[in-house]
Ligand binder design. Structure first.
Ligand code: ZN
Length: 69
């Protein structure tokens, strides 16, 4: 199944907002605070992969300069 343009733009937003932060015991999602990768992030990754994005292209969406920015 090919994702729609709106799926892809939602997924890009999710990759930017549901990103990992380092906790002493594990990486956690910066948005929903579950263990990373959270379900939302996994959904977004699957959508972007189905849309033909490479892993590097998806990782490049996370443009943070530090864990809290
Ligand atoms: Zn999350």
């Amino acid at each position: 199944m090919t994702p729609t343009a709106s799926d892809v733009s939602n997924a890009e937003h999710v990759i930017r907002t549901h990103c990992p932060i380092e906790w002493p015991e594990a990486r956690r999602c910066n948005n929903c605070h579950g263990r990373f990768p959270c379900k939302t992030h996994e959904w977004a990754w699957a959508v972007l992969t189905a849309a033909g994005r490479s892993e590097n292209e998806i990782l490049a969406l996370d443009v943070r300069t530090g864990p809290w920015s």
